[in-house]
Design a protein around this ligand. Sequence first.
Ligand SMILES: NC(=O)c1ccc[n+]([C@@H]2O[C@H](COP(=O)([O-])OP(=O)(O)OC[C@H]3O[C@@H](n4cnc5c(N)ncnc54)[C@H](O)[C@@H]3O)[C@@H](O)[C@H]2O)c1
Length: 353
Amino acid sequence: MTTDVKKPEQSLTAHKPGSGVVRFGVIGYGYWGPNIVRNLNQLEKADVLAVCDKSAPARQRVQKLYPQVELYSDPAELISSASIDAIAVVTPVWTHYELAKAALENGKHIFVEKPFTSTSKQAEELIDLAAKKNLKIMVDHTFLFTGAVRKIKDLLDENALGKLYYYDSTRVNLGLFQHDVNVIWDLAPHDLSIMDYLIQESPEAIVATGQTHLNGHEDVAFITLYFPDKIIAHMNVNWLSPVKVRTTLIGGEKKMLVWNDLEADEKVKIYDKGVSVTSREGVYNLLVNYRTGDMWAPQIEQVEALHRELAYFVNCIRNDETPMNDGKAGLRVVKMLEAASNSLCRRGAIVYL
Ligand SMILES: NC(=O)c1ccc[n+]([C@@H]2O[C@H](COP(=O)([O-])OP(=O)(O)OC[C@H]3O[C@@H](n4cnc5c(N)ncnc54)[C@H](O)[C@@H]3O)[C@@H](O)[C@H]2O)c1
C-alpha cells in the first residue's frame, strides 16, 4: 500500500451468490477509470474498496475524492487482497491479459475494458480460466447499455425493419490519439460490439484499409464485414476528422433507421422508406418502386449506460448469471479486430473468419 489510508473494516469471506455487497478493486484511474469508480460507488450493492494506479498523481486524485478507499501502486497487492470480490481492469489494452489472468487466478470476478485482450488466444485462455474457477467475466461494451442501442435491439427483435440489408457506422473526431493501438483497436470495438449484439450473426469475412499519418499507427481506417444472407456492414473510424460524427444507418427491407448519437433528442429515427422491385423478367422490364412514408422518433431512455452496465454486472455476480457481454462476446470482437488488422497489413486483402 502506498498511503496511510486506513483499511476499511470488511469481512474477509469471499463473495457468495445472493449475499450482500460486491466489493471491488479498480486498476487504472486515468481517463476512463474515474467513470468506473464513480458509477460503482453509486450502486447500492457495490463498494469500491481499493484503487490501484502506478501513477502517483492518479492516486492523489482518488484520495481527494474517496478518502476511505485503499490505494495501491502495485496491482499484485490489490489483486491478492482477500477482501475484494471483483476487479475492474481499466488500463491500456496490452496490460488487460496479465492483470485479468492474475485476478482470475486469485478468485476474483473481472470487469475488463474494451477491447478485451490483444489477441484471441489470450481471450480464450481467460474464458477457460474463468469457467474452471466459476468466475464471471464482463467486457465493457458500454454502448450495449445505452437507451439508443436497447431501443434499436427491440425494433430489430420485433422485425420492424424487415430483412436486414446493411449496417453502416461512422465514428470520427479529432484525436484522442492513442500511443499503443491504432484507430481500429481504439474506436471500432464500440461499433463491432454494437453490431455483434444487434445483428446476432457472425460475419464470414472482413476487409480493412487504413493509413498512418502521424505516430506510426493507422489514424484513418475503413472496415467492411460480409455476412451470410447478403448483409453487409461498414465502419468508418478516424482520429483526423475536423468534426465529431457518431452516426449509424441500418437499412432493412421494410424500414430504415438512423441513429445519431450526438442528437440530444430524437437520437433514433425510423424511416418508412424502401425500395421494391416488382418485375424480374430481364433488366429492361425491371420496375423499381420507391416508397417514402413517415418518419418517427421513438422515446429513448436517458440513463448513464455505464451505471446500468455495472449494476447488471453486480446482479450477474450476486445471482450467478452469465452476462450477455461476457468473455465470449469480448472474444468475438477481438477476433474481428485481429482479422481487420490482418487485412489492413495487406492493403485490404479479404480475410475469412
Ligand atoms: N468503454 C469506453 O467507452 C471506454 C472509453 C475510454 C477508454 N476505454 C478503455 O479503458 C482502458 C483505459 O483507457 P484510458 O483512456 O483510461 O487510458 P489512460 O492511459 O488514460 O489511463 C490508464 C491508467 O492506467 C494506469 N496503468 C497502466 N498500467 C498500469 C498497471 N500495470 N498497473 C496500474 N496502473 C496502470 C496508468 O497510470 C493510467 O493512469 C482502455 O482499454 C480503453 O480502451 C473504454
